[in-house]
Design a protein around this ligand. Structure first.
Ligand SMILES: [Fe+2]
Ligand SMILES: [Fe+2]
Length: 318
């Protein structure tokens, strides 16, 4: 069965993950790169392909203006509905981990049922994206096995879109994330739609720090609900031995206002600052591995199975 991620909102909305604009208003790519049409980007030995699976440059939204409208509609829904109360409710619900039991690899295969047709850079099954990302990082950071595994599992939380996991709407699963309980930073994509978010009527949430204290640490900040936070909860509650940097990557990889635009840095503590360096490395690969470089799943499977065994229990509660 293939579940396409495009039918859960009225108005034919679709989402493209991680499209971002900063102060300049220019289109910004995952991991902080802009890609001129005729440029091959090389970073740290990883030669990024020029074109994606559709023959366009990455994040080439100008050729896809209809898609841009759909993305805008997605963010309108996201910004109106993601409230502080909503996130609290979702965290409480999904922290129960009472949906089903399965291994990490089983979840990778389950995610294969999800093809994100709305992502212009990606027409492969999700497992290929996961393995492409992981293999690209493995090539450049051969000794950081935790980072290879982090790459493999970072998007597994997208199973929230499947019926067995509550079939959440897209605005509650994918897209960029941002904090609740304090002012919405101007760098958040399609910021204007926050005017219809009920949190805007709460004066306590309108200041730079809002309900938080400067330097309190991101761990204490409520971030909009989606596949990042869900996978973080699953990993943590099942007792993973991944290092903190791995958990940080999983939890904040869609937090573009922070890692691309530098917003909300005042809420970070020292540990966050260290972990952010790894997240920025990771994000380069998350984008550029969405290419036609095929990965032989069966060939690399034993390696990733061994990492799963090292860092996770055999069966996890989801
Ligand atoms: Fe993601
Ligand atoms: Fe990803």
């Amino acid at each position: 069965m293939t579940v396409c991620i495009d039918n859960s909102l009225p108005g034919d909305s679709q989402v493209v993950e991680n499209k971002n604009y900063c102060d300049t208003g220019e289109l910004v790519l995952d991991g902080g790169f802009t890609v001129p049409a005729d440029t091959v980007v090389s970073s740290g030995g990883f030669d990024a392909p020029e074109i994606n699976a559709f023959g366009h440059t990455f994040r080439d939204y100008d050729v896809e203006s209809l898609r841009n409208k759909q993305v805008e509609e997605f963010y309108r829904m996201n910004h109106i509905n993601q409230t502080y109360e909503f996130v609290k409710k979702m965290r409480d619900e999904y922290k129960k981990l009472d949906k089903l039991e399965m291994s990490i690899w089983e979840c990778c295969e389950l995610l294969n049922e999800v093809v994100d047709e709305s992502d212009p850079d990606l027409d492969e099954p999700q497992i290929e994206h996961l393995l492409q990302t992981a293999e690209a990082i493995r090539k450049d950071y051969p000794d950081e096995d935790w980072l290879h595994l982090t790459a493999l599992i970072h998007d597994l939380g997208k199973v929230l879109l499947l019926p067995r996991f509550g079939e959440l709407p897209q605005w509650a699963v994918v897209g960029d994330t941002h904090p609740l309980g304090c002012a919405f930073d101007e760098s958040i994509v399609h910021h204007k739609y926050f005017k219809d978010n009920p949190d805007t009527n709460n004066p306590a949430y309108q200041t730079k720090n809002g309900i938080y204290e400067e330097g309190c640490g991101l761990e204490n900040v409520t971030i909009s609900w989606g596949h990042d936070d869900y996978m973080y909860l699953v990993a943590k509650e099942n007792g993973t031995t991944l290092p903190q940097a791995g958990l940080f990557i999983i939890r904040y990889h869609s937090f573009y206002p922070l890692h691309r635009c530098g917003a909300y840095k005042h809420l970070m503590n020292e540990e966050d600052v260290e972990n952010l360096k790894w997240l920025q490395i990771f994000n380069k690969y998350d984008l550029y591995s969405k290419s036609k470089v095929r990965v032989d799943v069966e060939k690399v499977k034993p390696y990733y199975q061994s990492l799963i065994q090292k860092y996770f229990p055999e069966k996890l509660r989801w």
